[in-house]
Design a binder for this molecule. Structure first.
Ligand SMILES: C[S@@+](CC[C@H](N)C(=O)[O-])C[C@H]1O[C@@H](n2cnc3c(N)ncnc32)[C@H](O)[C@@H]1O
Length: 193
């Protein structure tokens, strides 16, 4: 990643931090991924040479830009899904500034995941409404390819909210999970091969 893109990402993260500090309404906050977790995700997509990456929770596109840069390196494709069309307009403008592309879809993450071709996703990043993740579990399992990876943000900062989904993952035969302290805590899981 070049210095210009790193500068843009640092600028967006700082803007998001200031925006969130001044925004009383939770749902209108950017709630960007922390830079160390974003950089790990960027590295991971390239390490596994992911061809198809899906993000649920676009917001203003901060993590989307990290992922879009990673799939540019793997010749892959990124889809980012969010229920908030206005946030995705902002994300589209930021992707343009970054000279990167991603397919932005305005939809409920679970509904959209259930339309994915079975086994078509190499890396799935969940950063949206944590209370919905358990209901999305069947669609998550179907969408991921064998050996595909699942990354869930806020596994430490909002551990109680992530717990029901973490319990499903840990009980699922063949799934391998780990908890990383990066950012706000990343729950990592690999689908059975
Ligand atoms: C924590 S923010 C995402 C931050 C973003 N990944 C980043 O690092 O810049 C959560 C996003 O999830 C979206 N969201 C909430 N419920 C959703 C749902 N059911 N399906 C898809 N997106 C949803 C919100 O609109 C919000 O933009």
């Amino acid at each position: 990643m070049g210095p210009d893109l790193r500068r843009l990402l640092a600028e967006l993260h700082e803007e998001g931090r200031r925006h969130d500090a001044a925004e009383p309404e939770h749902r209108r906050r950017r709630r960007n991924l922390e830079p160390d977790a974003a950089e790990w995700l960027w590295w991971h997509v390239q390490a596994v040479a992911a061809g198809r990456v899906v993000e649920i929770g676009t917001s203003n596109g901060y993590s989307t830009i990290w992922l879009a840069d990673a799939v540019a390196a793997t010749n892959g494709v990124l889809t980012s899904v969010d229920v908030d069309a206005a946030a995705q307009d902002v994300a589209a403008a930021h992707l343009l500034r970054a000279e990167l592309t991603a397919e932005l879809v305005t939809a409920d993450g679970g509904a959209w995941l259930s339309t994915c071709s079975p086994g078509s996703v190499d890396v799935l990043f969940l950063d949206s409404d944590r209370s919905r993740y358990p209901a999305w579990w069947p669609a998550v399992q179907a969408a991921l390819r064998p050996g595909g990876s699942l990354v869930i943000d806020n596994a430490i900062s909002h551990a109680e909210e992530v717990q029901p989904f973490a319990d499903l993952l840990r009980a699922a035969p063949g799934w391998v999970t780990a908890l990383s302290p990066l950012g706000k805590g990343q729950l990592l899981a690999v689908a059975p091969s």
